[in-house]
Design a protein around this ligand. Structure first.
Ligand SMILES: [Zn+2]
Length: 157
């Protein structure tokens, strides 16, 4: 069976890196044929743009390096389920599969914020199929950084 854990753990590490850099705890990696091609983390504060979610940053980076036909064979791994905006961006990018550890529901329980739209609700409406996997058995591991971060930072959102 395919092992998603190393890539999700890398995305979780990036979510912690984002906090260390002064941003929100989200990270994503782009993978093809078992190799990490690109990495991105949330940069809403340091980038002065509240749409700089990890997945948006990764999709934009991916689009600069690869065409949609290439991206169709790629997987976007992300620490926490993408919001509706990012799910839409993943759809338009051409990326073929998305795997997340922590669900939007779990994030909402901890942070009390978010659009609260399951990524599948967006991606399953598309004309192009995007495979969605998650939440995984690493959900609580991915949620740890949220439990640490959000109680201290909710006033900034
Ligand atoms: Zn998002």
């Amino acid at each position: 069976m395919e092992n998603h854990e190393p890539f999700l753990r890398e995305a979780i590490a990036l979510s912690k890196s984002a906090v260390a850099n002064g941003d929100e705890p989200f990270g994503s990696v782009l993978v093809k044929d078992g190799a990490v091609l690109l990495r991105a983390e949330n940069s809403v504060f340091t980038g002065h743009d509240m749409t700089n979610h990890a997945e948006m940053n990764l999709v934009k980076l991916a689009a600069r390096h690869h065409d949609p036909a290439f991206l169709a064979d790629c997987t976007l791994y992300t620490s926490t389920e993408p919001c509706a905006m990012c799910s839409g961006a993943i759809y338009w990018s051409g990326i073929g599969r998305m795997v997340f550890a922590c669900s939007e529901t779990r994030l909402g329980e901890i942070a009390g914020i978010g659009l609260n739209v399951p990524s599948r609700a967006v991606l399953q409406t598309g004309a192009r199929a995007v495979t969605v996997v998650g939440p995984t058995n690493l959900e609580e591991e991915a949620a740890e950084v949220h439990q640490e971060f959000w109680p201290k930072h909710l006033s900034k959102v």
